[in-house]
Design a protein around this ligand. Structure first.
Ligand SMILES: Nc1ncnc2c1ncn2[C@@H]1O[C@H](COP(=O)(O)OP(=O)(O)O)[C@@H](O)[C@H]1O
Ligand SMILES: [Mg+2]
Length: 158
């Protein structure tokens, strides 16, 4: 069984995230989407909301489950028996930090591999922060977040 863990803040989930989730679910036997509960970060959406939006948009994907993690990512991977950590890569700007994290995680846990998946070109400019910024200023976020959760996300951000 190839089990993967896809971690992130998902504050909120975007179509870029969902694209990575669907492609990962086609490759691996099981994918845990893991919502970071980091007390030092101040997310706009609560942990419960971020989990629920992910659950709604992945409900038809049989081999995906939404979980949470705090603390060391490699420990979370071990807890779920995941030998692979998936990271989405957008631009060069994602690379340096993610590369450093991958090497550190490899040092912490030699048996856990980080796998980088290149963004879908349609979503290469898309980030949760940009979604929040645009919606706050009254801009349209249709086509940026999954349609099933658009209204709830948009109304909270306005
Ligand atoms: N548009 C996108 N295309 C591909 N991957 C993405 C996109 N947006 C975010 N990701 C990836 O999804 C993961 C979670 O991102 P994010 O929710 O911003 O959490 P974090 O706080 O870890 O940056 C990261 O691996 C990030 O690179
Ligand atoms: Mg990010």
């Amino acid at each position: 069984m190839a089990i993967a863990l896809y971690p992130g803040s998902f504050d909120p989930v975007t179509l870029g995230h969902l694209d990575i989730i669907m492609r990962s679910a086609n490759i691996f036997d099981f994918v845990y989407v893991s919502v970071a509960v980091n007390p030092s970060k101040q997310p706009v959406f609560s942990t419960e909301q971020r989990i629920r939006y992910l659950q709604v948009v992945t409900k038809d994907i049989g081999n995906v489950e939404v979980v949470t993690f705090n603390g060391l990512l490699v420990e979370a991977a071990k807890e779920y028996n995941a030998g692979i950590i998936i990271k989405g890569l957008r631009a060069i700007t994602d690379f340096e930090f993610e590369f450093q994290m991958a090497l550190m995680n490899k040092k912490l846990a030699a048996d856990v591999e980080t796998l980088f998946m290149a963004t879908n070109t349609s979503y290469s400019y898309l980030s949760s922060s940009l979604v929040k910024e645009v919606a706050k200023l009254g801009g349209c976020i249709k086509g940026l977040v999954p349609p099933e959760v658009h209204d709830e996300i948009f109304s909270q951000l306005r």
